[in-house]
Design a protein around this ligand. Structure first.
Ligand SMILES: NC(=O)c1ccc[n+]([C@@H]2O[C@H](COP(=O)([O-])OP(=O)(O)OC[C@H]3O[C@@H](n4cnc5c(N)ncnc54)[C@H](OP(=O)(O)O)[C@@H]3O)[C@@H](O)[C@H]2O)c1
Length: 285
């Protein structure tokens, strides 16, 4: 960090990303303080203000979110309350204190109809599900609240890490007890490890980046089926992974098909296969 000691506050610190991110940010030289429910609720202006005032900092990273994609279809108001209104509350608190806000967002702000993927300058929307709509409303609220030089929106996708329920663990668990598995082969994205996302954010902050960044694993997009095959192969499991269509695996929330988050700057992203191999070797993952 060029010799400067920068303090960073992490909201959503107990989540899958937050728990790995705190360690990565500290290793990168930031002074880190974290908060999560129940002590700080991002939808409470006084709660957020109290935390920010008790912990003077230069940067706030908002990773707090309603993340149940299927649940958001039936709990749309709750998803918007946290992902849109909560994000706005955090943005206003940052604006009032002249802090920089890093906000974690998602590929689901895009409709996911473009095989070539999306770059940060592409206009988002319309999302195909309630979660995506709530996250897009959050992006819009913080853009309205903060000047461009105080804001970094980091969109990511297909996130996994050892502190949350995730696709890698699900496939590894199923493959350990089955001879074959069917996995969706018509949705594309880039697997992203939580620590890699945090590393990219720390790097962007060190470079003084602002605006919108696409922060995903390196190596280009794959389908869930290809990703599952790689998990099974790298874990050394004798399970056959067979392709199926999204229609064969209906979910309450529609998923974007082609929402590859591309970067428009040379990204120093670790190839997703390398991160996956490291994750599978991690004790306790
Ligand atoms: N997981 C993915 O595949 C993925 C993909 C793209 C983008 N993202 C984005 O990445 C970020 C981190 O996701 P994640 O996977 O780490 O999610 P997560 O594990 O669900 O973590 C989110 C954290 O926020 C907390 N939270 C919820 N409502 C809150 C509130 N009102 N005030 C304060 N904290 C609150 C949650 O607490 P409770 O658990 O108690 O609710 C949880 O600890 C989110 O912005 C998410 O939208 C995730």
């Amino acid at each position: 960090m060029a010799g400067l000691f920068v303090r960073l506050l992490l909201l959503g610190a107990n989540g899958m990303f937050g728990r790995d991110a705190a360690a990565v940010f500290a290793q990168a030289g930031f002074g880190v303080a974290g908060a999560d429910l129940p002590e700080v609720d991002i939808t409470s202006a006084s709660g957020v203000a109290g935390f920010l005032d008790a912990n003077p900092a230069q940067i706030v990273v908002n990773a707090a979110a309603y993340t149940n994609v299927d649940g958001a279809e039936d709990h749309r108001e709750e998803a918007f309350r946290i992902n849109a209104f909560g994000a706005e509350v955090v943005a206003h608190a940052c604006r009032d204190r002249h802090l920089t806000l890093v906000h974690i967002s998602t590929d689901y702000v895009f409709p996911g109809e473009r095989e070539a993927g999306y770059v940060p300058l592409d206009p988002p929307g319309p999302p195909v599900n309630a979660y995506g709509a709530s996250k897009l409303a959050g992006e819009e609220a913080i853009r309205a609240a903060l000047p461009g030089d105080r804001l970094l929106i980091c969109r990511t996708q297909w996130l996994y890490g050892r502190h949350g329920k995730n696709f890698v663990d699900t496939i590894r668990g199923l493959a350990a007890s089955r001879a074959s598995l069917h996995v969706v082969d018509d949705q594309w994205g880039v697997p992203t490890h939580t620590a890699e996302l945090a590393r990219q954010i720390a790097r962007l902050l060190a470079l003084g980046a602002r605006g919108v960044a696409h922060t995903v694993g390196g190596g280009g997009p794959v389908t869930w089926c290809t990703f599952a095959r790689e998990i099974v192969a790298l874990a050394g499991l004798p399970c056959e992974v067979l392709p199926c269509s999204s229609e064969a695996f209906p979910r309450p929330a529609k998923r974007p098909r082609h929402a590859w988050l591309r970067s428009d700057v040379p990204a120093d992203a670790r190839p997703w296969r390398e991160s996956l191999l490291a994750y599978l070797k991690e004790p306790g993952s």
